[in-house]
Design a binder for this molecule. Sequence first.
Ligand code: NAD
Ligand code: UFG
Length: 344
Amino acid sequence: MTKKILVTGGAGYIGSHTCIALHEAGYDIVVYDNLSNSSSEAINRVSRLIGQPIEFIEGDIRDAESLRQVFSAHKFFGVIHFAGLKAVGESVAKPLKYYDNNVSGTITLLEVMSEYDVKNLVFSSSATVYGDPETLPIDESSKRSCTNPYGQSKLTVEHILEDLAVSNTSWNLIPLRYFNPVGAHSSGQIGEDPNDIPNNLMPYISQVAVGKLAKLNIFGNDYPTVDGTGVRDFIHVTDLAQGHVAALNYLKDQSSSVGFLPINLGTGKGTSVVELVTAFSKVSGQDIPYQFTDRRAGDIASCYASADKAKSLLGWQAKLSINEMCQDSWRWQSMNPNGYKDKV
Ligand code: NAD
Ligand code: UFG
């Protein structure tokens, strides 16, 4: 059986780390990315880390002809589909851009996969599909609802995958619902490289620590949580990458189709914003000045996973601690204060 995997969005933050994990697990990879939110330097560095060039095609998932060329040239076991836009705020301002890229792009990819009879897909979904959860920890059967176009695009793709699995039982479709990915490769060579001022907590903390930003605004300290600040399930991107390998290994072992099979990737543990800031400050030895401001619109108090399904089905569980997440984020940020613009 072929061990070749198409990795859409493989130049991005999670995709680049997953390429390394796939290579280490013996998979051959072809990366397909339009570089709309990433740099070819990430591909160069992944190639260096694995000690061989990566096959990289610059292309868009909405371009069926370009995808056909790729599927004609390679016999894939399956696709890991990271390609997508992910900025919640931008999705509110530009919903059509998000639906076009994330939903139409996925439909085009699925059509081409179908043409070439490639029926195994691992899709980057998100804990955002659970909206404001009624109970914690959140398991895969929890109610789904979304309040912004980004989340809606993920939920819509999940619905499409469910319908596809019903229409033809030969599909194997695993949406992995990521909780809060943070951290970086332990080499410090690859990591998260936001274009602008970061929206997410960990890159913001890192940029305060390295002196690029003056102060962290903590959005709300009146939530019903351990210290009043938001609680999230932070997961090291290296653990997340291993979760994708585990999902593919699982599919390879199946004798019959799995249909639509959503799986959470989280640690199962909640950490508050202040707890994360404190841990980061300790491991980096840097002061992280912060102030409390109003709650951010759309934020929820607490969100953490039940990670039981991933453990029982895939034999996967997160291993790395909050301190390791902070340590590796700091190493990446301090070695590359300007991200991939810093040539090494
Ligand atoms: P990222 O932006 O670093 O990576 C996404 C990659 O997809 C980028 O390299 C981008 O250039 C590429 N891309 C976007 N649109 C494309 C298109 N039309 N054709 C080809 N390539 C395209 O983001 P990430 O953090 O690595 O996230 C990967 C996936 O995981 C995304 O789908 C994202 O929505 C999802 N996700 C991310 C998080 C998170 O917090 N990082 C959480 C949950 C889910
Ligand atoms: N926060 C701050 N200050 C900041 C940034 C964030 O206090 O400058 C707080 C937020 O209020 C929240 C927590 O830190 O309580 C985490 O916020 P992030 O923006 O890092 O992450 P979210 O949980 O809001 O959302 C992220 C991604 C979503 C994804 C979701 C679940 O941005 O796309 O995780 O995977 F859907």
